[in-house]
Design a protein around this ligand. Structure first.
Ligand code: AMP
Length: 218
């Protein structure tokens, strides 16, 4: 589990950028940008941000020159609409700022990593997460506790539970996943994007080992 951690590792292993929509939205909220103000309530409630906003955010990012050689996409697409727009982008016939003439060529997905974990394990994992208010370092009350409870080992900042990590919110997010994100896997299969199921139960290194081999073998 821990898709963000795993995606960051993959991004360094393959030396390609990590595009994490959740991180982008949280950064916008922290810096009080117009985007941040529009999306804050959705994130705090654990709801999905509307598709028009997400498509605009991702389209703009995919127009940056550093993604031309490939990228790790983390947290997108999460709905059928987002998946279709992403499919159009990859086929080279999408609209928007990402479609610069020099990037018209078709792009392909090397693999879609599907992290598998039972719901109760996910709830324990996410609801136990604590994050440093100052440097954002992540801890877990049982599997990765801070040396001094409530205090960040790295910077001495205060550890808090992200509002969207509260248990009721986690359960709501999982329901949203089942209703809106799971059907996207069928779309991926129809597009013949290779689905790479990975058992997400285990420590960070074990899970990374499974992901890395699944990607290399695909
Ligand atoms: P994450 O860090 O990927 O779990 O994302 C945190 C939150 O950001 C989610 O619970 C949503 O509120 C929002 N979010 C991130 N990516 C998307 C997306 N592709 N579509 C809609 N909402 C998103």
């Amino acid at each position: 589990m821990g898709k963000g951690t795993q995606a960051r590792r993959l991004s360094s292993a393959f030396a390609v950028p990590h595009i994490a929509t959740g991180d982008m939205l949280r950064a916008a909220i922290q810096s009080h940008t117009p985007l941040g103000l529009r999306v804050a309530d959705y994130l705090h409630a654990g709801q999905l941000v509307p598709d028009e906003i997400m498509v605009a955010v991702v389209n703009q990012r995919l127009g940056d020159p550093d993604v031309a050689r490939g990228f790790i996409m983390d947290g997108f697409p999460r709905t059928m609409r987002q998946a279709e727009v992403f499919g159009e982008f990859l086929a080279g016939d999408g609209q928007g700022p990402a479609r610069k003439p020099e990037s018209k060529a078709e792009r392909k997905i090397d693999g879609v990593i599907v992290l598998d974990a039972p719901v109760e394990a996910l709830v324990a994992r996410i609801a136990g997460r604590r994050t440093c208010e100052s440097c954002q370092k992540s801890y877990h009350v049982t599997s990765h506790p801070a040396k001094v409870e409530g205090v960040c080992d790295r910077c001495g900042g205060t550890l808090v539970q992200r509002v969207d990590d509260a248990e009721a919110t986690v359960r709501f997010r999982l329901d949203e996943y089942a209703a809106k994100t799971k059907p996207v896997l069928d779309y991926f299969a129809k597009q013949r994007w290779p689905l790479l199921p990975v058992d997400a139960i285990g420590d960070i290194d074990q899970v990374f080992g499974r992901i890395y081999s699944a990607v290399l073998l695909s």
